[in-house]
Design a protein around this ligand. Structure first.
Ligand code: FMN
Length: 358
């Protein structure tokens, strides 16, 4: 089969990354994006938090910020899609240019700052998707964050939960994007536990007996002490899952000079090992009691498998979709099936956390 993306990529890479993304979203909305067959394999399907995941590869937050292309994203073979980050009010985000890619290292630096249509339009888009006659199999997550300048973050999170929680399979509390001033400060015991108690209460009020699962998305840039502190908070607060992690502020030496000088969060291949290590650490710190979604530089089955063995039950990606194209989820799933077989496992659940010993 002709790899259409390989033909389109040189053209897309000649234009500004954010413009290329907008064109991609438009193509997906209009249904002209290539569709892959969803890989379904009994070795990869899991039920977690009562949700059925047809495969463990998800689309990470930030790609479909306004919940505009959920159906098309499932059409690319993802087992779950996380829309957002959505903020209560629309906002423009930081000044452009604010997204930079480096094909040499297969990395992106972004300092978008949550541009988006706001919760009202997001909700209308999501309602349209959910009302669709043929909702594809797969799980829908909503990633929520605060507007820039909000001095009382819990107000924004509570508002978003009241408005959107009943429509979500799971909710992600994003406190780890590096481009909203003050957001990462919530990654500390006192403010986090306070925020999570407001959030769990709002979720109970909004959803009653059937609340969506609640995940916390953390930065990969946490020192050992912080990791210990936050793992304890996660266990204490009763959240359902951890997403590890967001983009990094690190600038490895291997990045070209002009690229590494850009401010913002780095994603893609240079993040792979760092995020796998943090998954490994949190799995150990939480004794495997909180399922982990591993994200950061996943581009191949082997990279996904390393995160699963480190303790991730599921993985997500964003940057690899830019560099590898629309078939990336399916190739990773195919490679995972082969890797499980090689290790003598019948099901993915047997491999989760295996790097920690029996
Ligand atoms: C352009 C861009 C925008 C992003 N926007 C968000 C966002 O709005 N919310 C969020 O939680 N993560 C966001 N992310 C982070 C990704 O969800 C993911 O955690 C990170 O990129 C690491 O995964 P990757 O290496 O597969 O891209 C964004 C990433 C990129 C590249």
């Amino acid at each position: 089969m002709v790899d259409l993306y390989a033909l389109a990529r040189p053209l897309l890479f000649r234009i500004d990354p954010e413009r290329a993304h907008a064109l991609t979203i438009r193509a997906m909305r209009q249904g002209v994006f290539p569709k892959c067959a969803v890989l379904t394999n009994s070795a990869l399907a899991q039920t977690l938090w009562g949700l059925k995941f047809p495969n463990p590869v998800g689309l990470a937050a930030g790609f479909d910020k306004n919940a505009e292309v959920l159906a098309a994203a499932f059409g690319l073979g993802f087992g779950f899609v996380e829309a957002g980050t959505v903020t209560p009010r629309p906002q423009p985000g930081n000044d452009k240019p604010r997204v930079f890619r480096d094909p040499g290292t297969q990395a992106i630096i972004n300092r978008m700052g949550f541009p988006g249509t706001g919760a009202t339009v997001f909700k209308a888009n999501l309602e349209k998707f959910l009302a669709g006659k043929r909702r594809p199999p797969g799980v829908v997550g909503i990633n929520i964050g605060m507007n820039k300048g909000q001095s009382e973050p819990s107000k924004d999170y509570a508002y978003l939960i009241r408005m959107l929680a009943p429509m979500a399979d799971y909710l992600t509390i994003n406190i780890s994007s590096p481009n909203t001033p003050g957001l990462r400060d919530l990654q500390a015991r006192a403010p986090l536990l306070e925020l999570l108690s407001v959030i769990t209460e709002e979720r109970r009020k909004a959803c009653g007996a059937h609340p969506p699962a609640l995940f916390l998305k953390l930065a990969p840039d946490l020192d050992a002490e912080k990791q210990e502190e936050l793992a304890a908070c996660a266990l204490e607060s009763g959240i359902d899952g951890l997403i590890l992690g967001n983009t990094t502020l690190d600038r490895p030496e291997t990045l070209p000079e002009s690229f590494r000088a850009e401010k913002g969060g780095l994603s893609g291949q240079p993040l792979t090992e760092k995020s796998t290590q943090i998954i490994h650490n949190f799995y150990a710190l939480t004794k495997g009691k909180i399922p982990i979604i591993g994200v950061g530089g996943v581009s191949s089955g082997a990279q996904a498998y390393a995160k699963i063995k480190a303790g991730a039950s599921l993985v997500q990606l964003y940057t690899a979709l830019v560099f590898k194209g629309p078939s990336v989820a399916n190739s990773i799933n195919e490679e995972l099936v082969a890797l499980l077989k090689e290790d003598g496992f019948d099901h993915i659940s047997q491999a989760i956390g295996k790097a920690h010993g029996a």
